[in-house]
Design a protein around this ligand. Sequence first.
Ligand code: ARG
Length: 457
Amino acid sequence: MKLWSGMLSGELDKLAEEFNDSIKIDKRLVYCDIEGSIAHVEMLGKNNIISDEEKEKIITGLSLIYKKLKEGKEEVDESYEDIHTFVEARLIEEIGPVGKKMHTARSRNDQVTTDFKLYLRNECENIIEDTKAYVEALIKLAEKNTKTIMPGYTHLQAAQAVTFAHHLCAYAMMGLRDIERIKSFRQRMNELPLGACALAGTTYDIGRDFVKEKLGFTSLMQNSMDAVSDRDYVIELSSIISLISIHLSRLSEELIIFSSQPYSFVRIDDKYSTGSSIMPQKKNPDMAELIRAKAARLIANTNQSMIMMKGLPLAYSKDMQEDKEGIFESIDTIRAMLKIMAGQIESLKVNKEKMLAASKEGYLNATDVADYLVGKNLPFRDAHHISARLVKYAMEKNLCLEDLPLEIYKNESDLFEEDIYQAIDLYTSVNKRDSLGGPSEKEVLRQIAYVKEKLER
Ligand code: ARG
């Protein structure tokens, strides 16, 4: 029997019924639903809308169902329409007709969005924890690689020397922003919708503050139509998750490139690699590839939630039942992605020699040659041309800038002296770049300390 089978027959076409049911998706809201109902019923008792005795009976019944489910003595029965219907039916079964009083001064419309917010609030904590663990893994690896010279790229063309630690810290900073975003989202969405009822509030004297305090919300949604129609929070959290996934996807892309044979800068641990069924030598970075691919699903889920909402008139429409599947998938997936990425980073093998060799071959110190001349009062534009000619010459001879004899330098400009070799040494080059945010060892150690301090707070 349906909750709403008063005026209607309650008999839906078989396929229509399956189409309408949402319990397979929303059953994970069950504990939040019971928690919300307990607070609601306490309020009904307190305001004499139901008697104390009725209140006690309902709360005992709800607590019992909660306990049975938690202890695995019972499972959500998926033959019900949705999770709210299941809980109410089970309550009536458990304590008798008095259970029918629970839904006084409430509608599934304000109930579902309250449950959903409670659920997402918890998941925010989980995502924050997983993101922190991932950023910690980045920082740990960075600490071991503050002297590991590697090419920094623009256009994926070797540009200037950085260190692997500097590179990793870039991702750590993105992770810090991701954490901040979730935290501020959590505050923004911490407004209680319950009490809005179907859309137009209620005639009962409910006093919404009590439930707000009980459920740990910080404020009340101020308009009942907005309260039941709002899914901004789903779109916002989904967007934040998409952004985290974009960061993880970029890092994955780099792990894939840097672990490929021409680079061989890093080796992904076997725990996160697969072999080929035909080519015995193969070691494939499947996890990194899947992280990259799954980011697409998360972005698609964000799009789905936006497109689903954009044409809806106020207040509730059944379309909004389609608000959960995507975000649930996004939460589960981002949590797995963060954990797998943290594991990959923790177990990553770094080939410092390969990184250094690629840095030398990349003429990363060409800017330093120019800067050397600028230091001797040559205008930068002229210095740039001289450096470019030297690079061209070195390339033709298959040498790096460090290998060119002083006379070759002198042919281009007599400002060059023996100290040019010191000036273009890659370690010197990196450590000279100690402006705030730069790759010098001292500066990257500061960045690491900055991230650690932020994580502790
Ligand atoms: N399962 C529904 C959902 O998730 C609950 C709200 C039903 N409200 C209604 N007016 N039919 O949206």
